[in-house]
Design a protein around this ligand. Structure first.
Ligand SMILES: Nc1ncnc2c1ncn2[C@@H]1O[C@H](COP(=O)(O)OP(=O)(O)OP(=O)(O)O)[C@@H](O)[C@H]1O
Ligand SMILES: [Mg+2]
Length: 475
């Protein structure tokens, strides 16, 4: 059996691994680390939760220790803060003895502060392509000419043309990084985009893939539950109630298809007194991050998320993943259910399947090379709560529509501004500044008025005193 020492890892890094509770390399680490240390490009396709992050973090840190400078390594990830932060944290924890400087460049955060950080030459930059490309286009205070490692985590997502298309931004980034570099590509689902990936990793990359037939992990118990659309929510409430009753220590991620559904389900589950919190792409970045932190620290035990949380997130306490909708693509299914049963732990996934989704389940089963088993449920129990659940959902929908109205108005105003060529954020900032100045002016005016009044009162008092004095004298 391989050890980190046999892979050529330095003593100090092995000590860091030990402190993190990492004793032996996983298969992807065992196979990819030596190739990376040799200086080869690398493509690693390994199952969810199998330690792909450390498979690139460890060799990069070893090379960085030999020749430390900034910017040494650039890591690209498709999703914002959550995943980028997680990767940066692994670098930070494992690279602590190096006094590692890292920097996270993602959308939704202050661009000026980010530019300042970039100019300080951090060793590691973890970024989403869109925001990093913006910095490259607009600033000359940093350069990536000497980058030694370019890493694409969730590489297939970065290259596919989904609702967020990264290809243009990737072109910009690839234009400023040196041709002589090591390129490392990782994902649990690399095979669809293999050819495009090979063109990014130019130097005959070392390719490693899990050899097992089944593409999900053994420790995952994969279930489905046939539920007509109208009773889906009742099944969901029933399932969560069951987990709450049967386990002391439990935590669940529920995936759903839209931001709106995510909001409604969260409101609905809260009406049933479940500690639920949401994570979706329409939320502000800071809010998303705060919600995720509350879920991670177990304050909230149910996270309702869209596919922003489907990839990469590593939350060891998650024992259950529920797919409120059957994912349309097998690949998304693989990443979603991979949020549980990580690093050798056990986990359960339950996919709610309506009469219209059977073909999707077939496609999933074909891809993962395994059959989902039916999850047994006592229908009677579900029927008991059916009306109450559906009424509650309707109430939540009405509530959301009314609160959403103002928000939509604000969004439309912003859209209009963009169409007129104005920057809504800048306008907002100016508006706030103007309001501040007006407020200060008002305060100042009030103060002046007050002093004038005071003086007037004093003068009147004095006048009164002198007339009284005169009257008394005359008397
Ligand atoms: N050699 C190891 N032994 C035990 N645990 C490990 C080892 N390497 C990494 N881990 C832990 O395994 C967990 C999952 O790792 P990681 O997030 O890197 O998985 P991944 O392969 O990137 O999964 P995904 O495809 O979902 O992104 C982490 O908590 C990490 O600390
Ligand atoms: Mg990962």
């Amino acid at each position: 059996m391989a050890t980190f020492a046999s892979l050529g890892l330095s003593e100090w890094l092995m000590e860091q691994c030990k402190q993190m509770g990492i004793a032996r390399p996983t298969q992807v680490q065992e196979n990819c680390i030596p190739a990376i240390l040799e200086g080869r490009d690398c493509m690693g396709c390994a199952k969810t939760g199998s330690g792909k992050t450390a498979a690139f973090v460890l060799p990069v840190l070893q090379k960085l220790a030999e020749d430390p400078y900034g910017i040494f390594c650039l890591v690209l990830t498709p999703t914002r803060l959550e995943l980028a932060y997680q990767i940066a944290e692994q670098f930070r924890v494992l690279g602590k003895p190096l006094g590692l400087k890292d920097c996270i460049i993602v959308g939704g955060m202050d661009m000026v502060a980010q530019a300042l950080e970039l100019s300080k030459k951090p060793h590691i930059v973890v970024a989403t392509p869109g925001r990093l490309a913006d910095h490259i286009r607009s600033s000359d205070t940093f350069n990536m000419k000497r980058i030694r490692f370019l890493i694409l985590d969730e590489a297939d997502r970065l290259l596919e043309q989904g609702c967020t298309d990264f290809t243009k931004d990737l072109e910009v980034i690839l234009g400023v990084v040196p041709a002589k570099r090591q390129t490392l590509l990782f994902s649990a689902t690399l095979t669809d985009t293999l050819q495009e990936l090979k063109s990014i990793a130019m130097n005959k990359p070392f390719f490693w893939e899990n050899k097992s037939d089944v593409r999900t992990v053994e420790e995952l118990d994969q279930r489905y539950l046939l539920a007509p659309e109208k009773v889906k929510d009742a099944y969901l409430v029933h399932l969560i109630q069951k987990f709450q009753d049967e386990h002391d220590d439990w935590s669940i991620i529920i995936f759903t298809n839209t931001c709106k559904n995510c909001q409604i389900l969260t409101m609905m589950l809260r009406e049933f007194r479940f500690p639920a919190i949401s994570l979706h792409s329409m939320m502000k970045q800071r809010q998303r991050f705060a919600n995720l932190a509350k879920f991670k620290s177990n304050i909230f035990k149910v996270l309702i998320a869209t596919d922003v949380a489907a990839r990469g997130l590593d939350i060891p306490t998650v024992q259950v993943v529920i797919n409120h909708n059957t994912p349309g693509l097998p690949k998304i299914y693989i990443h979603r259910v991979g949020r549980t049963a990580r690093a050798g732990r056990r986990g359960v996934s339950i996919t709610l399947v309506t009469q219209y989704d059977i073909h999707l389940v077939n496609a999933i089963e074909e891809q993962i090379q395994a059959k989902l088993k039916e999850y047994p449920v006592e229908e009677k129990e579900v029927l008991k709560i059916l009306t109450q659940v559906n009424v509650t959902r309707r109430q939540c929908e009405i509530k959301l529509e009314s609160t959403d109205f103002d928000e939509k108005k604000e969004i439309n105003k912003k859209k209009q501004m963009i169409l007129e060529g104005k920057d809504p954020d800048l306008q907002e900032k100016r508006k706030n500044e103007l309001a501040k100045i007006k407020k200060e002016k008002k305060k100042f005016k009030e103060k002046i008025q007050e002093t004038i009044q005071k003086k007037k009162r004093k003068m009147q008092k004095n006048k009164l005193k002198t007339t009284r004095g005169r009257v008394q004298e005359q008397a």
